[in-house]
Design a protein around this ligand. Structure first.
Ligand SMILES: Cc1cc2nc3c(=O)[nH]c(=O)nc-3n(C[C@H](O)[C@H](O)[C@H](O)COP(=O)(O)OP(=O)(O)OC[C@H]3O[C@@H](n4cnc5c(N)ncnc54)[C@H](O)[C@@H]3O)c2cc1C
Length: 458
């Protein structure tokens, strides 16, 4: 591995999930050696593992995240293809049922990749570990960072199964996920812990895998039925995956949780506002059990607001912010944080934690605001609502209804949802004009995928 310009000898990353792997990718450019410490063993073939229980549920990678992977790993598409990935145009190969109707599909610059979360992680891990100066140690529990007398982190204590040990490093990155213990460790060591924002959504997933047949969903590889406040707290996802399978998830917010027994699962699907997903699973062969996942609240730790923090230590990925998974943001935000880390390291290590947490907060802000605005459309959502929530949701509601027939709006909306354009782009004059025009033209939405005609433009 050729270093851009080494700024340190050894960096440690805690956790070898997507966040940790992408952090290691950028650290490898700047440190002579990078060690990833992971509690789990890596599975021989892609399959869910204990430390990433969400891996049993479909994971969409937003276009912005996919672009980062392409930038970090030359020719990664070949590896993804070998792993069985399907490649899609998000707005024309996916069916998006939003606000009571299908958005009008249209080709776009929003490319996506469809494969299971364990398979995606396996590809990223293979590419990271192919870098000559990165290695991963599995079966290692990191217990705590270790500080010297000058509030500088100089390594970690860990357990390989036979007593506690110490491993030294110039930089330690905590990518241990939502359950990160960095806050508690800071407090124990006399630092103020970060303040926390929470958005209570009381949500549950129930996922089952089915065999996929040619022609399912009219050839689409993705179907999303979004919850629609205030009355429809239910949603669903069907994502085509490797091995000719569908991962189908039923979603219920605010306690309207999908059952995990077959009859109830089917009935829940039947009552979605489009019958497309029910028709798919009523006829497809199930190839797994129904697996539940409860997600009580989005959780953001505001490290960017701290005034004091140890040097030589950073926090990234879900450990920094865990998002309502409906919006598919977690892996993409982790990848954008890794980009931010690379940019910060290019400027050296001076005031690294302030610079990194500030840059990461900018990335998180956009995704958090998008998700929070939609979540707060439900009166039951718990958290601090800003005054902008109601007018923003009203405008987005008009936009989505206008997008039932206006493909330009479909693409504009998805560019923002895929984090490739800022939310402000939805208020550009030509977009506002189309939204207003749509609001004045009454139209009935398409309720079935078969009635959605792709369009090249308006
Ligand atoms: C139900 C669900 C669905 C989701 N769907 C999507 C989606 O569609 N799209 C999307 O982008 N994101 C989705 N996410 C979020 C996504 O899973 C995470 O954002 C992503 O995994 C990145 O997280 P991470 O790497 O920071 O942490 P995690 O994935 O939580 O991984 C943490 C890692 O650290 C290891 N670890 C923890 N503690 C220690 C320790 N002390 N010592 C050593 N190792 C340790 C764990 O074993 C694990 O490997 C979803 C999340 C959930 C819950």
């Amino acid at each position: 591995m050729k270093h851009k310009s080494p700024i340190g000898k050894h960096a440690i990353v805690i956790g070898a999930s997507i966040g940790g792997l992408l952090a290691a990718r950028v650290l490898a450019d700047r440190y002579e050696r990078v060690t990833i410490l992971e509690r789990d063993a890596f599975p021989q073939t892609p399959q869910p593992r204990r430390g990433v229980p969400q891996g049993q549920h479909p994971h969409g990678l937003l276009s912005a995240g996919y672009r980062v992977l392409q930038r970090f790993f030359a020719n990664i598409d070949a590896d993804l293809r070998s792993a069985g990935a399907l490649f899609l145009d998000v707005t024309s190969d996916g069916g998006w049922f939003q606000n009571g109707g299908y958005l009008r599909p249209a080709p776009s610059d929003l490319h996506g990749v469809s494969l299971s979360r364990p398979a995606l992680e396996a590809v990223v891990r293979m590419r990271v570990l192919r870098l000559g100066n990165v290695r991963a140690e599995t079966g290692v529990s990191v217990l705590s960072p270790v500080m010297d007398g000058a509030h500088c982190v100089i390594g970690v204590t860990l357990n390989r199964g036979s007593g506690d040990e110490y491993l030294s490093a110039d930089l330690v990155v905590d990518a241990s996920g939502r359950g990160s213990r960095s806050s508690a460790w800071l407090e124990r060591n006399g630092f103020a812990p970060p303040t926390v924002s929470e958005i209570g959504v009381n949500m549950a997933y129930a996922t089952r895998h089915y065999r996929r047949a040619e022609g399912d969903l009219g050839g689409r590889t993705l179907l999303i039925v979004a919850p629609h406040a205030p009355l429809q707290a239910r949603g669903a996802v069907a994502l085509a995956q490797e091995g000719e399978s569908w991962a189908v998830t039923l979603i219920g917010m605010h306690g309207d949780h999908p059952p995990i027994i077959e009859a109830g699962f089917l009935e829940f699907a039947r009552r979605l506002p489009t019958t497309d997903l029910f028709e798919l699973i009523a006829h497809a062969e199930p190839i797994s059990e129904i697996v539940p996942y409860k997600y009580p609240a989005s959780l953001r730790r505001h490290y960017e607001k701290l005034r004091a923090f140890p040097t030589g230590y950073l926090v990234l990925g879900d450990a920094l912010c865990s998002f309502n998974p409906i919006f598919g943001q977690g892996m993409t935000v982790a990848s954008l944080e890794a980009v931010a880390l690379g940019e910060c390291l290019a400027e050296g290590t001076q005031r690294l934690w302030q610079r990194f947490f500030r840059s990461a907060a900018r990335v998180v802000d956009t995704a958090w605001t998008l998700a929070a605005t939609a979540d707060f459309a439900f009166a039951e959502t718990v958290g601090r609502r800003g005054p902008e929530v109601r007018p923003l949701n009203a405008y987005i509601g008009w936009l989505l209804c206008a997008a039932w027939r206006d493909p330009v709006l479909t693409v504009a909306f998805h560019r923002v949802a895929n984090l490739t354009q800022p939310p402000a782009s939805l208020f550009a004059p030509q977009i506002v004009w189309r939204v207003m025009r749509g609001a004045t033209r009454r139209s009935s939405p398409a309720l079935h995928l078969a009635h959605t005609a792709p369009s090249a433009g308006d």
